[in-house]
Unconditional design. Structure first.
Ligand code: AP5
Ligand code: MG
Length: 213
């Protein structure tokens, strides 16, 4: 099973991916997580990526496409994967089409703009295990102890690109460059929409339904 999870920042791509990986015995490949890991380890990719991510812009295609293509050749991808945050523009989608990877479904998570800002301002993550939380009362999942990771028991941190000015830039870029992919995959007959505003279990059920039907 090879899937693309697509949708605006804060739609819940990463959160829903985490909830269905075990069911299909597949892995999640988040280009955003890969860039953050590279930034943490101060690699060449990390140094380049940081410059763009901090401004809410897309990392250049030549860096992103090469990194992704190398990643999907790993053995752990044999059973399938969810691409979370790739492709993010038409050239990236074309590069994927020109590789020998056949995507089964593209799940398009839709949410209203005001909810995006609300969710992203409440997002917190663990530096050690990368688990993502939300501190808003209506967020999922809330940490069991205020501002601590349930697993590692260390303080949670806020992503540098989750500040209001950068969120706005990310949304502008999303609308300009990423949203046109809906039409691109609609034409291929692969697009399935899921309303990502609401209770988590309903969204998981709708996602499974979109994958299987
Ligand atoms: P990336 O990390 O992919 O960020 P993004 O696409 O902006 O998406 P997010 O991770 O912000 O949102 P999400 O949909 O995963 O939401 P989440 O599940 O966390 O990319 C970061 C940057 O890297 C980009 O800006 C770009 O610079 C660069 N980059 C990455 N890929 C690239 C590419 N292909 N090309 C070029 N550059 C690239 O949920 C959000 C919050 O809401 C969480 O706190 C969660 O706990 C909570 N939540 C989720 N669902 C619910 C729910 N139903 N109810 C309550 N709370 C919920
Ligand atoms: Mg994410």
């Amino acid at each position: 099973m090879k899937l693309i999870f697509f949708g605006p920042p804060g739609a819940g791509k990463g959160t829903i991916a985490q909830q269905i990986l075990n069911k299909y015995k597949i892995i999640q490949i988040s280009t955003g997580d890969m860039f953050r890991e590279n930034i943490k380890n101060q690699t060449e990719i990390g140094v380049t990526a940081k410059e763009y991510i901090d401004k809410g812009e897309l990392v250049p295609d030549e860096v992103t496409i090469t990194m992704l293509k190398n990643r999907i050749e790993n053995d752990d991808c044999k059973n399938g994967f969810i691409l979370d945050g790739f492709p993010r523009n038409i050239p990236q989608a074309q590069a994927l089409d020109n590789s020998d990877v056949e995507i089964d479904r593209v799940i398009y998570f839709t949410v209203p703009a005001d909810l995006i800002i609300h969710r992203l301002s409440g997002r917190r993550s663990c530096k050690q295990c990368n688990k993502v939380y939300n501190i808003n009362p209506d967020g999922f999942p809330n940490p069991k102890v205020e501002n601590k990771c349930d697993v590692c028991n260390i303080d949670l941190f806020q992503r540098a690109d989750d500040i209001p000015a950068t969120i706005k830039d990310r949304l502008d870029i999303y609308r300009e460059q990423t949203e046109p992919l809906a039409e691109y995959y609609e034409k291929q007959g692969k697009l399935k929409k899921v309303n990502a505003d609401g209770e988590i279990q309903r969204i998981i059920d709708d996602t499974i339904n979109a994958i299987e039907n």
